[in-house]
Design a protein around this ligand. Structure first.
Ligand SMILES: Cc1cc2nc3c(=O)[nH]c(=O)nc-3n(C[C@H](O)[C@H](O)[C@H](O)COP(=O)(O)OP(=O)(O)OC[C@H]3O[C@@H](n4cnc5c(N)ncnc54)[C@H](O)[C@@H]3O)c2cc1C
Length: 404
């Protein structure tokens, strides 16, 4: 029993023969170029440059991006397939490093960046030559964006940025950070800027090499290969042209791009859960007990059946969300549901599969230990489950014309 994500196209009404052929080539690439090294990258908390260029060589860092910047401009279901397969590798840090670069940070440049910013940052990011981080969260501000306090003071044609960012995926090696700031306010360094509100947010690109940028490793136990870091900006001067989109347009940009972020988080979680079931079923088939193998015990067979059903139902929801997103990038309800359901299911699957591995699942260094850590973190990153539920209630009931 496996959750085979690559059988006939009939497993999802949205996937064509072309998508499944693409899946075969992506899977072959990931297994050849990434699987043999991913455990080492997770241990060493890094993803080396050459693998990014190989991903780019396959077009995998620009599936969604325009041909004008070197992207592939493929339909959303190519990304669906890629993100599921990336998740299915079974390495949380690797999948999130790539997903963040290709679907979460660079998406702001694609949607709102000027031509000059696209040429300076997006084109090289699609080519795997420059790597991206997304610096939004702060010590005093996570779920509640109105509490963000990093500021960018205006001085002629420059902005001077001060502030602290936390949990920046790819922070250890990113060449630039897409950063949320408040333009024009004094930074008090302790909490919400005076009059702090969502409408005052702006996004800008800050290059790692600029004087005043300090990066320190974040010791998060999850997603290790993503080289998570804390980033401090102290009097960092950037050209005003580094603003992405209009001044004070940040909150709207975040709302717009977060749907893709949630979708990507959900799809990688589906792949992660499928991988977890696969390794667990293999384990149950090998593990002898009571004159047979554990895979023959009805209680375990039924549990695996329930988990498999949950994952497949979740996968269909995520595909629906992708379809919905392709029609309307502001598909808030569908994308939030997909993120909520997929990351929660992946967490449940990981925790149950750890138990089904018996004591071996709890050994220091056991694959399941890291899988559980990574799956738990995914229910917080890119918006905690409680926040997703708030959004689903608000957008699904209160703002929906269908339900009035
Ligand atoms: C692995 C990982 C990677 C991350 N990567 C990045 C990154 O690359 N860039 C970046 O900027 N940030 C990143 N983050 C930060 C992430 O966006 C925040 O952790 C998230 O938004 C939650 O914020 P917080 O941690 O400050 O939790 P808080 O806002 O302090 O919330 C704590 C907990 O309270 C609960 N909660 C929050 N709000 C509500 C509510 N309205 N109702 C009920 N319960 C609620 C949730 O359970 C939540 O987990 C990452 C986080 C993790 C764990």
């Amino acid at each position: 029993m496996t959750l085979d994500l690559a059988p006939a196209a009939t497993t999802s009404p949205y996937l064509t023969v072309e998508h499944e052929a693409f899946r075969e080539s992506v899977r072959a690439f990931l297994h050849r170029e990434m699987a043999p090294h991913a455990a080492q990258w997770e241990r060493e908390r890094t993803m080396p440059r050459p693998v990014w260029r190989k991903l780019a060589g396959q077009g995998l860092l620009g599936l969604q991006h325009a041909r004008a910047v070197g992207g592939e401009e493929k339909d959303i279901f190519h990304s669906v397939v890629f993100l599921e397969e990336l998740g299915r590798l079974g390495f949380g840090g690797v999948r999130f490093a790539v997903a963040l670069h290709a679907y979460m940070a660079t998406s702001y440049l694609a949607s709102d960046g000027s031509h000059a910013l696209k040429e300076r940052f997006l084109r090289p990011a699609v080519a795997g030559e420059l790597l991206a981080g997304l610096a939004i969260t702060e010590p005093q501000a996570g779920s509640d964006l109105s509490r963000l306090s990093a500021t960018a003071r205006e001085e002629g044609d420059e902005l001077v940025v001060d502030g602290e960012k936390r949990f920046v995926v790819n922070g250890g090696f990113a060449d630039f950070f897409v950063t949320a700031v408040r333009v024009g306010e004094a930074h008090n360094g302790t909490g919400p800027a005076a009059g702090g509100a969502r409408r005052d947010l702006s996004l800008c690109v800050i290059e790692r090499e600029r004087p005043g940028v300090h990066v320190s490793a974040n010791d998060c136990v999850s997603w290790r290969a993503s080289a998570m870091a804390d980033v401090s900006f102290q009097g960092v001067r950037i050209p005003r042209a580094n603003l992405i989109g209009r001044r004070n347009g940040g909150f709207v940009q975040i709302m717009k791009n977060m749907q893709l972020e949630r979708l990507a988080a959900g799809l990688t979680a589906v792949g992660d859960a499928a991988h977890c079931l696969e390794i667990t079923w293999r384990h149950l088939k090998r593990r002898g007990a009571f004159d047979a193998t554990l895979s023959t015990r009805q209680a375990l067979r039924h549990r695996m059946a329930d988990l498999l059903t949950e994952v497949e139902a979740t996968r269909q929801l995520a595909h629906y969300a992708a379809w919905s997103y392709a029609r309307d990038p502001l598909s808030i309800t569908a994308c939030s549901m997909a993120k909520l359901k997929a990351t929660e299911v992946a967490r449940t699957v990981a925790e149950e599969c750890q138990r089904l591995h018996g004591a071996d699942g709890f050994r220091e260094g056991a694959a399941l230990v890291q899988i559980v850590h990574d799956a738990q973190a995914a229910t917080v990153a890119a918006g905690a489950s409680e926040v997703m539920r708030d959004i689903v209630v608000q957008s699904g009931y209160e703002e929906s014309h269908d339900h009035r």
